[in-house]
Design a protein around this ligand. Structure first.
Ligand code: MN
Ligand code: MN
Length: 470
């Protein structure tokens, strides 16, 4: 082989080249990635709502020796604790040995995902079919939810205060639900509409039953709203609920489909709710696997990110600040100093470059699958509006941390400038005077009922959080 020219050597030295896991990882490392994905897929299938994700995470934490913490409890170096916020958000904390005023390493993911929530008065019947009315939660493309099997998950708090868990559609033998759509033969007018207008929010009605209530003597009831009565009678028998109880319920319609390997080579995982449970799982398992380590580390699994992080279980709630204050006081530090010296990885997924839709991406600045977690210095829309925009210094610190542990990573922004945009919890954490930057797994078909990620990216993201915990 001819010797390299100065120009060739210079090019190698000076230019950035994005690396792909298949080019740089050994067969053993790639096997480890596939093995890690098995545990993730199992956990994901148990975590289809934020409440279920919190329960499934608490199960992992308890197995790893974490104890429940209540605000006011004493904390000391070496403690490993978790706090559940109203069943829908979670804080897991490992108290390190270094002085608390060195700051806390925070990884914040969210465990809510786009879905269809039931309205407060959901039940109606129309021409012999009984439906639930929904109000979609988060950014959904409405057409994706028609003609797929759907499940009903959530809680109902009864008049007396008792909470009933509802879960229909996933277990073998369960019925499923669906939204019907027009047949192509009669879709001339609908086909002519723009995609965003062809399906309406008020049209996302869920087929729940189709038979009239049958009296004990085998005859159709003379009562009005016969199908609605069928639905209420079944729900009442199964869960003890009446129609009034829907007012104190949180019931969601989600895809039935469990996660599955995608592709003959099994290097992709399809599933519901990778955004952002994939970052929740990777951050949480990295925290649990780091039993040693000098830093105090906190993993936050937040709710309500998909609707703007508002409310008591969202990242804008002051509970994060309260907890940091508790930890600081417990360990003899000034909370303001602790926050100032902390650092946060806002752990949220990135839009993966989709070769099927190259027109919306600027490839050079897009996350490619199999190239590791994507760091987003900024998100937002219309000239970085609504973004954290991490400083060059924070970016450099994270770069050093990841490179130091040999993590494969890339940077990305969300598609072409002015093509759209989006946000994460990053800015709400930065508002506490905590330097923050976004990092997460690239996702294809983000926010769809069946999102797709790479197992290599999943594992590299775990390694990124592992480096953060070390
Ligand atoms: Mn997200
Ligand atoms: Mn999202």
């Amino acid at each position: 082989m001819a010797e390299k020219t100065k120009g060739q050597l210079l090019r190698e030295e000076l230019f950035y080249k994005k690396k792909n896991a298949f080019e740089v990882r050994s067969a053993d490392e790639m096997k480890a990635a596939k093995d890690y994905a098995v545990g993730y897929a199992e956990w994901l299938d148990k975590a289809k709502t934020e409440r279920e994700a919190v329960l499934a995470s608490v199960e992992l934490l308890r197995e790893a020796g974490y104890k429940e913490y209540h605000v006011g409890d004493k904390l000391a170096a070496g403690d490993r604790v978790y706090l559940v916020n109203r069943g829908k958000a979670l804080f897991a904390i490992k108290v390190g040995v270094e002085p608390i005023e060195k700051g806390i390493r925070i990884a914040a993911a969210h465990v809510d995902s786009p879905r269809l929530d039931l309205k407060q008065h959901p039940l109606f019947e129309n021409d012999g079919i009984g439906y639930f009315k929904t109000h979609y939660y988060g950014g959904v493309r409405k057409y994706q939810w028609a003609t797929i099997p759907l499940a009903l998950h959530g809680v109902v708090v009864l008049k007396g205060g008792e909470t009933v868990d509802v879960k229909i559609g996933d277990e073998a033998g369960d019925p499923v639900f669906c939204i019907t759509d027009l047949l192509p033969h009669l879709a001339k007018d609908q086909d002519a509409k723009p995609l965003g207008a062809a399906f309406t929010g008020e049209g996302l009605n869920i087929v729940m039953a189709s038979s009239p209530y049958i009296e004990e003597d085998g005859t159709v009831t003379p009562a009005d709203e016969k199908v609605k009565l069928t639905i209420m009678a079944i729900l009442n028998e199964k869960y003890g609920i009446t129609e009034t109880d829907f007012m104190s319920a949180e019931l969601s319609i989600i895809p039935v489909q469990n996660s599955a390997d995608v592709g003959l080579d099994r290097w992709l995982i399809g599933g519901y709710g990778h955004d952002d449970r994939v970052c929740a799982y990777t951050a949480l398992t990295a925290l649990m696997d780091n039993t040693e380590g000098e830093h105090t580390v906190m993993v936050v699994l937040a709710d309500k990110e998909e609707t703007g992080s508002n409310g008591i279980t969202g990242m804008q709630c002051r509970l994060l600040a309260d907890l940091i204050e508790e930890i600081a006081h417990n360990l003899g530090g000034n909370p303001n100093t602790v926050r100032h010296n902390s650092i946060c990885l806002s752990a949220d997924v990135a839009a993966a470059y989709d070769p099927n839709y190259p027109e919306v991406y600027e490839k050079r600045n897009s996350a490619l699958i199999h190239c590791g977690p994507a760091i987003a210095k900024y998100t937002g829309a219309r000239g970085k509006g609504g973004t954290n925009d991490a400083s060059a210094e924070v970016m450099a610190e994270v770069r050093r941390m990841l490179d130091g542990q040999g993590v494969l990573w890339q940077t990305a922004e969300l598609g072409k400038v002015d093509q759209g945009g989006g946000g994460t919890v990053a800015m709400y954490i930065a508002n506490h005077n905590i330097p923050t930057i976004d990092i997460g797994v690239p996702v294809l078909s983000m926010h769809a009922p069946f999102e797709v990620i790479s197992k290599a990216d999943l594992y590299e993201t775990y390694k990124a959080f592992d480096a953060f915990c070390k």
